[in-house]
Design a protein around this ligand. Structure first.
Ligand SMILES: *Cc1c(COP(=O)(O)O)cnc(C)c1O
Length: 434
C-alpha cells in the first residue's frame, strides 16, 4: 500500500498535490508520505503480534531525522551500521537501548560510543571483531552485549550486490563454524552473549528464503538457548517492495499495461511462513526492515529540462541525476516514472519509447531506458516512484551537484525536512593550507 495516486488529473501524495510541492521547494526534491511509512510499520507490527518481537528499522535506507522520529514515536528500535547513524537516532529521540549495531567493520571510536550509550547489542561478524570489542569493553570496565551474525548459506534470489546470506559474500560467520565462535565468546570476560543475528539479503520478494534460513539456523538456536542465556534471534530485514507498477490504482492505469510484472511481497505470506517456527523457538524475535518501511513511501520529483532526438533515439534529460538517486546506475534497478500531470487528450497519451537521463557526465546516469511514456515536454514534472529507500541516503555531490531537498507530507500538510544544499555548502570544510 502507498498513498500516491491521481486525483483530478494530478498526482497526489496523501492530500497534497505534488505540483504544489515542486512549486514551493523546487526540483529535484524527495517527497515522503508519513502515512505510508506508519502504515507499513503497523502492518508488520500487527503481523508479528503473536510473538514477542521488536522492529528495528534499518536506518541506512533513509536516515532523515524526521523519518527516524516518526518511527521512534511509533515504537520502533533501530538497526544502525555506523556511529553516525547512532548519532542520528539520538537526534531523533530514539532509544539506544533499542539499537542494534551491525556492520562488518566497526572502528574503535564507534565501538566506544555505542558502549557508552548502551546499545542493545553489537552484531558481530568475525572473531577478530569479537576480540576487538572485548578489548575495548575491558578497557572501560564494561561488558559488551553481542550477537554473532550467522551466514546460513541460502539463496535469496536477488541482485548479487544485495545478496548477503551465501558463502560467496563477506557477511557473517559460517553456520558450521559459529558454535565454536560462541564458545570463544563465552570465555571472554567483557563479552555478554545475548543473541543470534542473520540477514540474508535485500529486496527479497518471496517468503520462502526467510523460512529456509530460519529452518537452517533453528537447531543452532536451540543449542545456544540451552547453553547461554540468549535473549533474541534477529532474522534481519530484506523484505522486498514493488518497483514495477508502483502506481496500481485509480485512473492512472491507462499506460501501465505496458510495464513488467509486479512482484509483491506480502506481509501476510511472510508471517504465515515464519511464525510457526519462530513461535516454537520461544525467543524474542527482531526484524530489521529498511526498504519495506520507506521504499514505496517516497518519490523523487524532477523536471524535464530538454527532450532531444539523437541517433534514432529519444532522450528526456531531467534535472535529477545519478547523484540524487543512484539505484538504476548501481543495481540496474527499475523505477516507475510517471508524469505528475496526467495526460488528458488522446494525442498526449500517445506512447513512445524514451530514455530518461540525468545531467551528470556519465553514461550510467539514467533512470530508465527505452521506457514507454506518454509525450514528454520541457518543464514537465515527473515523479520517480519508490524512491524512499536508498535514494537520498545514497545521494552524493558528484559533479558538484547540490544534494536535493527532502519533504514530508502528512495528510493535507507538507513541509521541508531537509533544505536543498547551496553552492556555498559545497565548499564547506575545504581549506587552502599551502
Ligand atoms: C541493509 C540491512 C538491512 C535492511 O535491508 P532492507 O533490504 O532495506 O530491509 C537489515 N539488516 C542488515 C544487517 C542490513 O545490512
Amino acid at each position: 500500500m502507498h498513498l500516491f495516486e491521481y486525483r483530478d488529473g494530478r498526482l497526489h501524495c496523501e492530500d497534497v498535490d505534488l505540483t504544489r510541492v515542486a512549486k514551493e521547494f523546487g526540483t529535484p526534491t524527495y517527497v515522503y508520505s508519513a502515512g505510508t511509512v506508519l502504515d507499513h510499520y503497523m502492518r508488520l507490527d500487527n503481523a508479528l503480534a503473536p510473538i514477542d518481537h521488536l522492529i528495528c528499522y534499518a536506518v541506512k535506507a533513509n536516515s532523515n531525522r524526521t523519518i527516524l522520529k516518526l518511527l521512534a514515536e511509533a515504537g520502533a528500535g533501530f538497526d544502525i551500521v555506523s556511529g553516525g547513524e547512532l548519532f542520528r537516532v539520538f537526534a531523533a529521540g530514539g532509544d539506544p537501548a533499542k539499537c542494534t549495531f551491525a556492520g562488518v567493520g566497526k572502528s574503535r571510536e564507534e565501538i566506544e560510543y555505542a558502549l557508552k550509550e548502551g546499545v542493545y547489542c553489537f552484531n558481530v561478524e568475525s572473531e577478530q571483531e569479537l576480540e576487538q570489542i572485548d578489548n575495548i569493553a575491558g578497557a572501560k570496565n564494561l561488558r559488551a552485549p553481542i550477537a554473532l551474525r550467522v551466514n546460513p548459506d541460502v539463496e535469496a534470489h536477488t541482485h548479487e550486490y544485495i545478496a548477503t546470506g551465501s558463502h560467496q559474500n563477506k557477511f557473517g560467520i559460517a553456520l558450521d563454524h559459529i558454535a565454536a565462535v560462541y564458545e570463544r565468546a563465552a570465555r571472554m570476560r567483557n563479552i555478554e552473549i545475548v543473541g543470534v543475528q542473520m540477514h540474508i539479503g535485500s529486496q527479497i520478494t518471496e517468503a520462502k528464503p526467510f523460512a529456509n534460513a530460519i529452518d537452517k539456523v533453528a537447531p543452532l538456536l536451540r543449542e545456544l538457548k540451552s547453553k547461554y542465556a540468549i535473549k533474541f534471534f534477529s532474522i534481519g530485514g530484506g523484505m522486498g517492495i514493488i518497483y514495477r507498477r508502483a502506481l496500481e490504482s485509480g485512473p492512472g492505469k491507462w499506460w501501465r499495461d505496458h510495464g513488467g510484472e509486479a512482484s509483491a511481497f506480502s506481509v501476510r505470506d511472510y508471517a504465515d511462513a515464519i511464525l510457526p517456527q519462530l513461535r516454537e523457538l520461544g525467543i524474542r524475535i527482531l526484524v530489521e526492515p529498511g526498504r519495506f518501511l520507506v521504499g514505496n513511501a517516497g518519490v523523487l520529483l524532477t523536471r524535464v529540462l530538454h527532450v532531444k532526438q539523437s541517433g534514432g533515439k529519444k532522450f528526456a534529460i531531467v534535472d535529477a541525476g545519478m547523484n540524487d538517486l543512484i539505484r538504476p546506475a548501481l543495481y540496474q534497478s527499475y523505477h516507475e516514472i510517471v508524469p505528475v500531470k496526467q495526460p488528458k487528450t488522446e494525442r498526449e497519451r500517445k506512447i513512445s519509447k524514451v530514455d530518461i537521463v540525468g545531467p551528470v557526465c556519465e553514461s550510467g546516469d539514467f533512470f530508465a531506458r527505452d521506457r514507454e511514456m506518454p509525450e514528454l515536454h520541457e518543464d514537465d514534472l515527473l515523479a520517480i516512484m519508490s524512491g524512499g529507500a536508498y535514494g537520498f541516503a545514497m545521494a552524493s555531490n558528484y559533479n558538484s551537484r547540490t544534494l536535493p531537498a527532502e519533504s514530508l507530507v502528512r495528510g493535507n500538510k507538507f513541509a521541508l525536512i531537509r533544505k536543498r544544499q547551496t553552492w556555498e555548502d559545497l565548499l564547506c570544510g575545504e581549506m587552502e593550507p599551502l
